[in-house]
Design a binder for this molecule. Structure first.
Ligand code: NAP
Length: 475
């Protein structure tokens, strides 16, 4: 743990183990920080806030840009740690480190553009001046699927805005967080500005984050169930909250789409991170006129994927995070098959040879998926492409919106009017139109409905860490 500028152990001495999901082996143990550690970190952040909040955005940008440069310098080392504890292929981990560094750079610059406003008054003797100021101490909780970019997507804007931070990373991937905090230390952030509390049991830390009066804001990325629980507790103490939660992305392939192009896109985005992404397509609606071409290309590409340890050359898909994740995927596939879905490829656990030591499930394509199946409603978070054939482009908008989630959606169409109609009608926060990567540090990322509150990235992302103050000046 990193508290008040120093590496710390848990006072009680208890630790938890971090496992490699490809091999089942123990990588390391870390301190199991509880409420006491969280309180110490919050105290340090509150003390550091006094001086950090009055630094200029230009000074804060210098710290962030140093961290950005160090992150790129250490890209490969960070990626190796991430692959070991999270499982994604090394190349994907390298890409994630680069994406994570983008948030440090982008918000270092954006901090300089937190402009106020002068508003004309109805009274001749009055002027309104609007000012944005840091909210204060931020408590951040991140998930295991993107172990570094979920950290910088929060800390980049929070620090640029003038806030201080306490982070609790996921139990499965704290080693990447430790390496990230070594970067903050080496970039010279003053003691207490950034604090890290590792924990095997998240509950005491969550309690402290949502009840400690020194915490002004909770920012959470993870499941909808935990997000609702923590947002409820934080609301009771009137803390600002932003939440990036689960998704159930529809992927629409319309009658006029190029089925080969759409299938290539689907394969890339669906199997990214072994399907463990909040923006992963979960219901793939394909018009029957282009279904055969789509399924041929998709099955061919998915059948050619190589599962294995992400450290090995040639591996294109890693393990799932743990046994519970494999069991959830297996249950969804078995349920779909029992209710009439057809398996075109994969469909089972992978246990041959070394794969038997880890948590592997074959990259899978299902077709003839229907609304009665679990996979049509539940977030899969695994390597299963669930194809739902449909007959009329006019019906597909309502089908896509038929979910309590609202994070990402994708549309493949060559018809501009159809694409625009769907872009405007889809109840999701992030929409790819013939595009599988509608995310960047510069673009707002976040969901509607049960997928969350607020946005990360972009100009909106920094305003999540700012209060608005108005001054009425009588002259
Ligand atoms: P999770 O179980 O909700 O955990 C997320 C984080 O919350 C972890 O650090 C976890 O700690 C912590 N946590 C769990 N229970 C807690 C409690 N009672 N008090 C305080 N903290 C608690 O979610 P996950 O399985 O790690 O992540 C997968 C989910 O995240 C998916 O639903 C995915 O869609 C979503 N996600 C969303 C986005 C987005 O931007 N919208 C991005 C990535 C992931 P432990 O690890 O110790 O349990």
């Amino acid at each position: 743990m990193f508290i008040n500028g120093a590496w710390a152990t848990e006072p009680s001495g208890s630790e938890f183990e971090i496992l490699n999901p490809a091999t089942g082996g123990v990588i390391k143990s870390l301190p199991d920080g509880g409420a006491e550690a969280a309180r110490a970190a919050i105290d340090a952040a509150a003390e550091a806030l006094v001086t950090w909040r009055v630094t200029t955005p230009y000074q804060r940008a210098e710290f962030l840009m140093r961290a950005h440069a160090l992150m790129l310098e250490r890209q490969e080392d960070l990626a190796k740690v991430m692959t070991a504890e999270q499982g994604k292929p090394l190349r994907a981990a390298m890409t994630e480190v680069k994406y994570a560094s983008d948030f440090l750079q982008w918000f270092a610059e954006e901090g300089k553009r937190v402009y106020g406003e002068i508003i004309p008054s109805a009274r001749a003797d009055q002027r309104f001046h609007v000012l944005h100021q840091p909210v204060g101490v931020v408590a951040a909780i991140t998930p295991w699927n993107y172990p570094i970019s979920m950290i910088t997507r929060k800390l980049g804007p929070a620090l640029a805005a003038g806030c201080t931070v306490v982070l609790k990373p996921a139990e499965a991937t704290p080693l990447t967080a430790v390496e990230t905090f070594k970067i903050f230390e080496d970039a010279g952030f003053p003691p207490g500005v950034v604090n890290l509390v590792t924990a095997g049991d998240p509950k005491p830390v969550g309690e402290e984050f949502t009840s400690n009066p020194k915490v002004a804001k909770l920012t959470f990325t993870g499941s909808t169930a935990v997000g609702k629980l923590l947002a409820g507790k934080a609301a009771g103490n009137m803390k600002r909250v932003s939440c990036e939660l689960g998704g159930h992305a529809p992927f629409l392939v319309l009658k006029d789409a190029d089925p080969v192009h759409a299938a290539k896109g689907l394969q890339l985005v669906k199997f990214l991170n072994t399907g463990q992404a909040c923006i992963s397509p979960n219901r793939i609606f394909v018009h029957r006129d282009v279904l055969d071409g789509f399924l041929d290309t998709l099955s061919g590409r998915v059948g050619g994927m190589k599962a294995g340890n992400g450290m090995e050359q040639g591996v294109t898909i890693g393990p799932l995070v743990n046994e519970a994740a494999v069991a959830k995927v297996e249950n969804q596939v078995n349920d779909a098959v029992a209710k009439g879905a057809e398996v075109l490829c994969g469909g089972t656990r992978l246990t041959d040879g070394d794969l038997g030591q880890g948590h592997f499930f074959a990259p899978t394509v299902l077709t003839d998926v229907t609304p009665e199946m679990l996979i049509y409603r539940e977030e899969t978070f695994g390597p299963v492409a669930a194809v739902v054939p449909f007959d009329d482009d006019d019906d597909v908008l309502a089908m896509a919106n038929d979910t309590h989630y609202g994070l990402a959606a994708y549309v493949y169409s060559q018809n501009l009017s159809q694409a625009m109609r769907l872009f405007e009608g889809l109840e999701f926060g992030i929409i790819g139109i013939n595009d599988i990567n509608p995310a960047s540090a510069a673009a707002p990322f976040g969901g509607m409905k049960d997928s969350g509150l607020g946005r990360e990235g972009s100009r909106e992302g920094i305003h999540e860490y700012l209060e608005t103050k108005v001054g009425g000046f009588s002259i």
